[in-house]
Structure formats: structure tokens, C-alpha cells
Write a protein that binds this ligand. Structure first.
Ligand SMILES: CC(C)(COP(=O)(O)OP(=O)(O)OC[C@H]1O[C@@H](n2cnc3c(N)ncnc32)[C@H](O)[C@@H]1OP(=O)(O)O)[C@@H](O)C(=O)NCCC(=O)NCCS
Length: 139
């Protein structure tokens, strides 16, 4: 399932766009936070897209995250015309950081107390980005 801004670039004039691809492990329907989504900043000075992904536990650790992120990144570069894509895992999320690094993302820096967790406390996030041409070659 793909929804939101969609291919073809017909809505590039909007201030921001977003889309969803899924489900992953939702039994054939969108399942809460599970899936992969993107948002777009379309201010010409800062234009880029950001990705967020959440796999069901039984789909994790098999390369699906790396593959899904790479697939969406390719779509955002080739179909949406972006030159830069960001992703912002928790700084302590070693599995996510490893997965995104293998797709070609590089660490930019730690965003301190960036995201409030289930424990009610703010935790650090790691900003990572990927430029056109840096996507890992075999993905
Ligand atoms: C983060 C997520 C998308 C990664 O996708 P994935 O399919 O599980 O990850 P991949 O299989 O592509 O890659 C994981 C890598 O991390 C490694 N890894 C696993 N657990 C690890 C750990 N605790 N510490 C370090 N590396 C770890 C794996 O060995 C693998 O590396 P390898 O291919 O060199 O062996 C997925 O785990 C997920 O959805 N998690 C829950 C939600 C979440 O954290 N989302 C992140 C929001 S930005």
C-alpha cells in the first residue's frame, strides 16, 4: 500500500508532503505504527525528505529494514526529486543505526533529549542523512 504525496510529482508545490508504505506484519491491513512512512520539506531552501520505519518484531533482524529504507530512499531520490534524506533513530538504538548505516546513511550528530519515550523521559536521537549517490550499491 502506498498513499500520500504519491509518485509523479504533481503536488511538489505543497509546503510539505507525506506518504505511507505498508503494512508490515499487520495481517493485510495497516497496523498502528507498523510500516514505513516519509514526510517532505518542500521549502526550496531546505527541501528534503525524512523517513520513519517500524517493523513488527517477527520481521526484525533479517535485513528487511535495510531493504525497505533503501527502497523508499530510491523512490524519494528518483521519483520525488530529493537530493537528501534524513532518519532519526534513538541514539541508543544500535540495531536501527546499524541497519541504516548499511543502507548508506551517515551520522550527522546527536540531538540531545530529542524524543520522549514510553517512560515519559526525553532521550537523545541520532540524526542521520543520505545524499543522492550514497545509497549502498547493492540495494
Ligand atoms: C530499526 C529497524 C527498522 C531495523 O530493521 P531490521 O530489519 O531489524 O534491521 P536489519 O536486519 O536491516 O539490520 C540490523 C543490523 O543490526 C545488527 N543488530 C541487531 N541487533 C543489534 C544490536 N543490539 N546492536 C548492534 N547491532 C545489532 C544486525 O546484526 C544487523 O546487522 P548485520 O546485517 O551486519 O548483521 C527494525 O528493527 C524496527 O522496526 N525496530 C523497531 C522500531 C524502531 O526501532 N524503529 C526505528 C525508528 S527510526
Amino acid at each position: 500500500m502506498v498513499g500520500g504525496a504519491g509518485p509523479g510529482g504533481g503536488d511538489r508545490g505543497r509546503p510539505a508532503g507525506r506518504g505511507l508504505i505498508g503494512p508490515f506484519g499487520g495481517g493485510g491491513r495497516w497496523a498502528g505504527r507498523r510500516g514505513i512512512q516519509y514526510h517532505e520539506e518542500n521549502d526550496p531552501r531546505y527541501r528534503h525528505a525524512g523517513i520513519d520505519i517500524y517493523l513488527g518484531s517477527r520481521f526484525q533482524g533479517q535485513g528487511a529494514g535495510r531493504e525497505a529504507v533503501a527502497l523508499l530512499a530510491r523512490y524519494l531520490f528518483e521519483q520525488r526529486g530529493h537530493h537528501r534524506i534524513t532518519i532519526d533513530p534513538a541514539a541508543a538504538n544500535d540495531q536501527a543505526i546499524r541497519s541504516y548505516t548499511k543502507a548508506g546513511f551517515r551520522p550527522v550528530g546527536v540531538m540531545r533529549q530529542y524524543e520522549r519515550g514510553g517512560d515519559g523521559q526525553f532521550h537523545d536521537g541520532l540524526l542521520m542523512d543520505l545524499l543522492r549517490g550514497e545509497l549502498a550499491g547493492n540495494l
